[in-house]
Design a binder for this molecule. Sequence first.
Ligand SMILES: [Zn+2]
Length: 55
Amino acid sequence: MKYEHAIVKFKGDVGVLLCNGCGVVIAEGKKHEDREHYGAMCMSGNCKAKFKKGK
Ligand SMILES: [Zn+2]
């Protein structure tokens, strides 16, 4: 599966879902929704780390 909006890194078979804001790990699993995901810190605007997209 290819993701266009979600940031997912694959560890073998398992996709690790990362925050679109800072890159913190949100979830692991085989399937994730292809949309932007943000961790609790980014949701509340308190995230200190800024993750740079490779685009
Ligand atoms: Zn974040």
